[in-house]
Design a protein around this ligand. Structure first.
Ligand code: PLP
Length: 404
């Protein structure tokens, strides 16, 4: 078992012994991230790109250094392809509204999937209504994977964009993005990847991924809330109109017209998340100091243990692939006769923190035929003892509800 237990002291919030299994919603922050933000705010903070004075220059340097760090982390060929946003949701809305409204019309098809988070579904519904484009979805197979045969059938030349998750936040399924992108590009479609669960948990190189847009959030990868990333291939960003107007995103402005600043600044209207960018930079340094391969391996080992032990708990059904093939550290479950919310409450009484509900994936819940699931998600600070506690808590819930 990959041992990352030496990291635990970096996460003071875990000191009271909570078995924190909700990193899929938001991860905890290690001391180096908290200190980097605190230190920056104490010594170097000012608004960016505005002042000629030293503090503003230092702040701008730190903000742009964060952009460089993100670019390096995901293998971007240039820093200019990295746009800072408020989070994955804003990044995906930037693509849907900025690219979609410009490039889609009545004859076009937007192809998404049945396993998307609402963040990669609802913006496309809104854009489909405004443009008259048709919205279609790739179904999920019985073993909870993306139906690639159905994808091949649905991928007709009218498809102009494929919007797909890099890792389902409910099932843990990791669709084969390089193949999906290659197939989409063969019919001239753009590919948008919701990588909110992927980038924090697996090595990602945007060149290998092959997509045109990749969106993710800092707060799920040990960084602060309030900042996320839209990576876009330069030619795709050039096809995209700014989604928000305001300060900092313009080149010239008159009373009736404006021209845009160069990419990426045209997509960053207003004062950006400056302290948060410094925090994200520190979070990436922290993740890299562990190694993304090792983090993925660690998540997979915990997932293997969880799948095996949960399978032995009476009444529990795993909602997601039963093996580790293309699967991340998200384990959703239902238990016969117990609502997911009751399950989560009983687990909380045992100091086990899991998420319960539809996980912002209501259409997927419908496909699965369930109203809600309880979801355990793993990250660097989790260990086997957390799964033991989860299993003990589920057995306790079973006893209370008479499940056998
Ligand atoms: N996509 C997926 C798969 C997610 O799990 C989430 C968050 O739960 C999001 C998008 C949205 O991320 P954010 O709320 O940080 O914008």
């Amino acid at each position: 078992m990959t041992d990352l237990s030496y990291l635990k002291d970096d996460f003071p919030v875990l000191d009271d012994g909570v078995h924190f299994l909700d990193s899929g919603a938001s991860s905890q922050k290690p001391i180096p991230v908290l200190e980097a933000m605190d230190n920056f705010a104490r010594t170097s903070y000012a608004n960016v790109h505005r002042g000629a004075y030293k503090l503003s220059v230092a702040s701008t340097d730190a903000y742009e250094a964060a952009r460089r760090r993100v670019a390096e982390f995901i293998g971007s060929s240039t820093d200019d392809e990295v746009v800072f946003t408020r989070g994955a949701t804003t990044a995906l809305n930037t693509v849907a509204f900025g690219w979609g409204l410009e490039n889609l019309g009545e004859d076009d098809i937007i192809l998404s999937t049945e396993m998307e988070h609402h963040a990669n579904l609802v913006p496309w519904q809104m854009v489909a209504k405004r443009t008259g484009a048709t919205l279609d979805h790739i179904p999920v197979t019985e073993d909870h994977r993306l139906d690639m045969d159905a994808y091949a059938e649905k991928l007709v030349p009218r498809v102009k964009v494929v919007a797909v998750t890099g890792m389902s936040n409910v099932l843990g399924t990791m669709p084969d993005i390089p193949t999906i992108a290659e197939m989409a590009h063969a019919v001239g479609a753009r590919v948008v990847v919701d990588a909110a669960q992927l980038v924090p948990h697996a090595p990602v190189d945007v060149q290998e991924l092959g997509a045109d847009f990749v969106a993710f959030s800092s707060h799920k990868m040990l960084g602060p809330t309030g900042i996320g990333v839209l990576w876009g291939r330069m030619d795709a960003l050039e096809e995209t109109e700014p989604f928000e107007g305001g300060g900092e995103m313009i080149s010239e402005v008159s009373l009736h017209d404006a021209t845009w600043a160069p990419i990426p600044h045209r997509f960053e209207a207003g004062t950006p998340p400056i302290i948060e960018a410094v925090g994200l930079h520190a979070a990436i340094d922290y993740l890299d100091s562990i190694g993304m391969e090792k983090i993925f391996q660690h998540d997979q080992e915990l997932t293997a243990i969880a799948l095996e032990r949960l399978g032995d708990v009476p009444g529990v059904t795993i909602q997601g692939p039963n093996d580790l093939d293309r699967r991340g550290g998200v384990v959703s479950m239902t238990m016969d006769g117990i609502h997911a919310h009751d399950l989560a409450t009983i687990l909380d009484e045992q100091n086990v923190a899991v998420r319960a509900g539809h996980h912002c994936a209501k259409p997927l819940m419908k496909c699965l035929g369930v109203a809600a699931t309880a979801r355990a998600s793993f990250y660097v600070y989790n260990e086997e003892a957390d799964i033991d506690a989860l299993v003990a808590g589920l057995r306790r819930a079973g006893e209370l509800f008479g499940v056998n």
